[in-house]
Ligand binder design. Structure first.
Ligand SMILES: [Zn+2]
Ligand SMILES: [Zn+2]
Length: 359
């Protein structure tokens, strides 16, 4: 592996080339948030108050789902403190933006800002990283999953993207709630429960059929959209001993209008270099990364990344390779032999695999 550097190392080299305003919050992002919020309220009221053909409900559900996802992207930005600086306002706006995805701001900052960003792709400490072969051998469920053929696994993991964010978020609540100081815990509980109370209240008000179109289906759509990005952020990259964003993160490319709708969420490597900078400036950060370290930088279209995810297994083997334990097929990761345009694997002997597992 090439010599690795921390995100601070890269940031220190790029910062002098950035304009001063890039380090200031950008409250103008809230106009986009307000637009999404109004769309959501209008959609929910239309479904709640009017009796329409289900096809109209379906159309509204799609608009709601894409808006929920976009609000989540903005919530991510807000809770990094790049939109407003005041802590109470940041948390309030973040809570509103993450309301549909039912993730509380305090939990999110702990899980995402303080853990994922600090320990990215550290297989012990990053709550978002995928298992290693050793971990797999210790979990009955994972062992069962990885006995299924790769195509079945790929299909079910793509289908499960419609619920992954919400389920992972609930899991993070269970994982981290005990780590908050006892006097902070009630607030974290409240932030977790209140969104669900409101959505369940909506169910009681409008009944199950309308609720399906007003909340459940949009939630599944939003989960799928945010997870399409999140699953490409790091999962083709190696696990690394040093949190080097150029080694452990991937920037995907999407059409310009999608970047506008999604607040530049596609620029994930840039985000790991400057999590406290508004994503408005990430295209400029990208320009400098490509100028200084073109050979280290990973970038591809989101569709290529998704196809590569489909074709490769999600268990790490010796940190920088991916293994399909069922077949003994070993794939490279980005920067370690994975060529997304032409995905190849090598085969290792089954007995070698068993002896590795029992280590
Ligand atoms: Zn990340
Ligand atoms: Zn982040």
């Amino acid at each position: 592996m090439k010599d690795l550097h921390s995100f601070g190392w890269y940031a220190a080299r790029i910062a002098p080339h950035m304009p001063k305003k890039a380090f200031k919050p950008v409250p103008g992002r809230l106009f986009g948030g307000l637009a999404y919020l109004l769309i959501c309220i209008a959609g929910l009221l239309t479904i709640g108050l009017f009796h329409l053909h289900p096809l109209f409900y379906l159309l509204i559900a799609i608009v709601l789902g894409t808006s929920f996802a976009a609000m989540g992207f903005l919530g991510h930005e807000i809770l990094h403190g790049t939109v407003v600086r005041k802590a109470w306002l940041r948390d309030l706006l973040g809570a509103i933006a993450f309301w549909p995805l039912t993730t509380g701001p305090k939990l999110w900052r702990k899980w995402h800002n303080l853990t994922h960003h600090v320990h990215t792709q550290d297989h012990e400490k990053d709550p978002d990283s995928w298992p290693t072969l050793e971990k797999l051998s210790k979990s009955k469920f994972l062992r069962w999953v990885y006995r299924l053929p790769i195509s079945v696994r790929a299909f079910s993991s793509f289908a499960s993207l419609t619920v992954t964010f919400t389920l992972h978020s609930a899991k993070m609540f269970v994982t981290y709630i005990k780590e908050f100081k006892p006097r902070k815990q009630p607030e974290v509980w409240l932030q977790f429960i209140l969104p669900w109370v409101s959505w369940i209240g909506l169910l009681i008000w409008i009944g199950p059929l309308k609720w399906f179109f007003a909340f459940l289906l949009p939630l599944l759509i939003a989960n799928f959209i945010v997870m399409l990005y999140i699953s490409t952020n790091h999962r083709l990259n190696p696990l690394v001993p040093v949190n080097d964003p150029l080694a452990n993160s991937l920037t995907v490319t999407v059409p310009k209008w999608v970047d506008v709708l999604h607040f530049n969420f596609s620029y994930h490597t840039e985000h790991h270099l400057f999590p406290g900078m508004s994503s408005k400036y990430y295209p400029l950060v990208k320009f400098h990364i490509k100028r200084m370290w073109p050979e280290r930088y990973h970038e591809m279209s989101i569709s290529r990344a998704v196809v590569a995810l489909w074709k490769t297994p999600r268990v790490y083997y010796h940190q920088n390779e991916l293994i399909d334990p069922r077949e003994g097929h070993v794939y490279g990761s980005l920067g370690n032999g994975l060529e997304p345009k032409d995905i190849q694997f090598r085969k290792i002997e089954a007995d070698k695999l068993i002896s590795e597992k029992s280590k």
